[in-house]
Design a protein around this ligand. Structure first.
Ligand code: CO
Length: 282
């Protein structure tokens, strides 16, 4: 079954605009995916760019994919770096990190176009308290499959015999793809996955259902492929697919565990300073 879900507009903590198909009141998650935020596209004037200052995560993975712009990241384990156009940071928060995700100093000063995604992927119960880990790849390191009809950046999973270097805990596909008008592409995914096709631009039919601006197609327990046909506008989208974990989900903001007790313990650990803090030179 294919459902069409609107991506609702939210203004996040720091004041930046996102479009979010879930979590919203009507749809809290699509197992194993916990959140999709499309950030922008927004053109910042000098001094206007804003981000997400210090905040914790525990129990899942955050994926940051930048289409346009530049984010800087630093965390309580001493990790820091920049994510630029076409780059991906796949962070396994596991037992816990505190990090900040901010537009680069250059962007804060000069302004510019910011457009990207943050996606949360749940961790199975056995890995929720694993050591934090980063998988960071620049746009040049991520495979692209391209022919007359389509352009596909492989963030996770495979297209044909081309595989992303990113390791995932369950079979997961994450693709940014663009289709020329009136073309159809069939994406192979793990049978039994839950899948989402998120519209970035243009319009398409996904397994026979139409989606357009700020809409997502959500497919549960899929067959071995998902078929997308671009309309006369062409289509620019994101495909996510993953085998569901089928475990209880208890969440409070950036803490996602299996029970309320575990969420409360996470919050207590955070308040007690057990997630550490970001070391900064002043
Ligand atoms: Co974060």
């Amino acid at each position: 079954m294919t459902r069409i879900v609107p991506a609702q507009r939210f203004v996040e903590g720091g004041g930046f605009v996102v479009h979010r198909p879930f979590p919203v009141e009507a749809l809290s998650y699509v197992d194993p995916f916990l959140l999709i935020d499309e950030m922008g596209p927004v053109k910042y004037a000098p001094g206007e760019a804003i981000g997400a200052p210090d905040h914790p995560h525990r129990g899942f993975e955050t994926v940051t994919y930048i289409i346009d712009g530049e984010m800087e990241h630093e965390d309580s384990h001493g990790h820091r770096g920049a994510i630029r156009s076409g780059d991906v940071q796949w962070m396994t928060a596991g037992a816990g990190v505190i990090h900040s995700e901010m537009p680069s100093a250059t962007m804060q000063q000069n302004g510019g176009l910011m457009h990207g995604f943050q996606i949360w992927v749940n961790l199975p119960k056995a890995l929720k308290m694993t050591q934090p880990r980063y998988q960071e790849y620049t746009s040049a390191q991520l495979p692209i499959v391209q022919d007359e009809d389509r352009w596909i950046r492989i963030i996770a999973g495979t297209v044909g015999d081309v595989r992303s270097p990113i390791e995932t805990t369950v079979p997961t596909t994450m693709l940014h793809f663009k289709l020329r008008p009136h073309t159809t592409t069939s994406f192979a995914i793990e049978p039994g996955s839950n899948a989402i096709v998120h519209t970035i631009g243009g319009a398409a039919t996904v397994e026979g259902k139409a989606i357009g601006s700020h809409q997502d197609a959500v497919l549960e327990n899929t067959a071995a492929s998902v078929s997308v046909t671009a309309t006369d506008q062409g289509f620019d989208g994101l495909l996510l697919a993953g085998l569901p974990l089928r475990e209880p989900v208890a969440r409070y903001g950036p803490l996602v565990m299996n029970s309320i007790d575990e969420v409360q313990a996470a919050f207590a650990d955070f308040r007690a300073g057990k997630f550490g803090e970001i070391a900064r030179e002043n």
